[in-house]
Design a protein around this ligand. Structure first.
Ligand SMILES: Cc1cc2nc3c(=O)[nH]c(=O)nc-3n(C[C@H](O)[C@H](O)[C@H](O)COP(=O)(O)OP(=O)(O)OC[C@H]3O[C@@H](n4cnc5c(N)ncnc54)[C@H](O)[C@@H]3O)c2cc1C
Length: 402
């Protein structure tokens, strides 16, 4: 391959306490928690609204924050963002029993504590919330490298309309979804081996209301809902989500499927009109950190001394997962912590840990850790847990009063 050698000095344009890389759900939770803990926070987001997959990607379903057995399991900022997502009551799948003092039986046997929200309103409200808490948001800015010195990352290198620049910080939260910072820092990483199926979710008008068309379902079987293991991908091809060239092609294949679905539906319903298509690739699992602990499905219901909060399984009722703090970092670098769909879980666990509630739970812990301590692997976890509990987080299944 022909090589062009570049050489330039990169100006350091600012410094902060906590740099949050990525403004998806995990990044929003992390930035909010860090700012509330008193840190000067800068968030870098390459698109132009907050929310990542949960807004620009049109994944507008806040999956359950209960265990499907009548108990809420995710709290704190995860619950706060859930409520924010339906603040304007523009939603469907409203979990009445959960939000209007239903009985235990109604909660256990009825709808789970999940909701469909309006992606645009959620993005706008999230931005307002972060602004109110003093988070500096830099949109349209892509992080393309880091400056690592031994066991610390000194700065990120980013690029936007102003050109290329660096920002220095005390700690960094990798909430890019793809573990980009871990990758740029040459830390231990793992990729999703099975590859992603194509998705083409979009909104349309249906009966004077907006309808989410979920084209291209998760390929790990949703046994509880479908009762079978057969899931047909839209096309016979898998995507890593880690090549810009592949992603660009994937996006166009997704557009093709969206258009196909619209044309098909309009044959039987001329009122089927698309209103929103995704503006970022709908990709589920890509790359993650290799943390000090890698969580597996076999860890379900297990007590973890260093739990930072819990989440459940969106596919079936019952499982509860306590997330160990050790899944968020690797000792090699003292000032990096991850949150969201790029934390340390096994291939089989990934499909449960990547969803919105889990990302928010991890984001809150990562944000507080990044704001309050200098050496992330050396943190006094009990102290971190005290701060999480003060914010309403429940750490252990045994504390759910079951
Ligand atoms: C088709 C599909 C269906 C799904 N269904 C559901 C569902 O029904 N309910 C549910 O709860 N979850 C669902 N999920 C999963 C869920 O939406 C995501 O996993 C979750 O929202 C991820 O949040 P995150 O913050 O970890 O990452 P992301 O949402 O990916 O956010 C990462 C952010 O970082 C930014 N970024 C990335 N790299 C850089 C960089 N180098 N520089 C600057 N910015 C960067 C991105 O622009 C993005 O905004 C689905 C996902 C897909 C793809």
């Amino acid at each position: 391959m022909e090589i062009i050698r570049e050489s330039f000095d990169t100006p350091v344009v600012e410094e902060c306490d906590v740099l949050v890389a990525g403004g998806g759900i995990a990044g929003i939770a992390a930035a909010l928690a860090a700012a509330r803990a008193g840190a000067k926070v800068t968030m870098i987001e390459r698109s132009w609204i907050l929310g990542g997959l949960a807004t620009s990607g049109l994944i507008a379903i806040y999956l359950p924050i209960d265990d499907g057995m009548g108990h809420q399991v995710s709290f704190g900022i995860c619950q706060e963002l859930f409520m924010l997502s339906i603040k304007h009551l523009v939603e469907s799948r409203y979990p009445k029993a959960w939000l209007e003092n239903g009985t235990f039986e109604e909660k256990r046997d009825g709808k789970r504590f999940e909701v469909q929200y309006n992606a645009s309103l959620f993005a706008l409200e999230s931005e307002k919330l972060l602004n109110k808490n003093g988070v500096r948001i830099l949109y349209g800015t892509e992080i393309c490298d880091v400056k690592r010195d031994a066991d610390r990352i000194e700065a990120i290198i980013a690029q936007n309309k102003s050109g290329r620049f660096a920002i220095k910080f005390k700690n960094i939260v990798d909430a890019t979804g793809d573990a980009d910072i871990v990758h740029f820092a040459k830390m231990p990483e793992e990729t999703f081996k099975a590859g992603n199926v194509l998705a083409a979710w979009y909104f349309s008008i249906k009966d004077n209301w907006h309808k989410l068309n979920q084209i291209g379902a998760a390929d790990i079987p949703d046994e509880e809902k479908t009762g079978n293991n057969e899931r047909k991908p839209l096309i016979d091809r898998r995507f890593t989500g880690l090549s810009g060239f592949e992603l660009s092609e994937m996006m166009q294949l997704s557009h093709e499927q969206t258009l196909r679905d619209i044309v098909l539906k309009r044959k039987s319903d001329p009122n089927h009109v698309p209103t929103l298509i995704a503006t970022i690739p709908q990709i589920r699992m890509t790359r993650r950190i290799v943390g000090e602990y890698t969580y597996d499905v076999a860890d379900e219901h297990k007590f973890f001394e260093d739990s930072i909060g819990m989440y459940s399984n969106w596919k079936k009722r019952g499982p509860v997962y306590e997330m160990p703090f050790r899944t968020l970092y690797n000792k090699e670098v003292k000032n990096l912590i991850t949150a969201g769909r790029n934390v340390s879980v096994t291939e089989h666990m990934w499909d449960a840990s990547r969803v919105i509630p889990a990302c928010a739970v991890m984001g809150e812990a990562a944000g507080i850790a990044a704001a309050c301590y200098d050496d992330i692997p050396g943190i006094d976890v009990k102290d971190l847990q005290k701060k999480l509990v003060a914010g309403g987080v429940v750490l252990h299944e045994k504390d759910l009063n079951i």
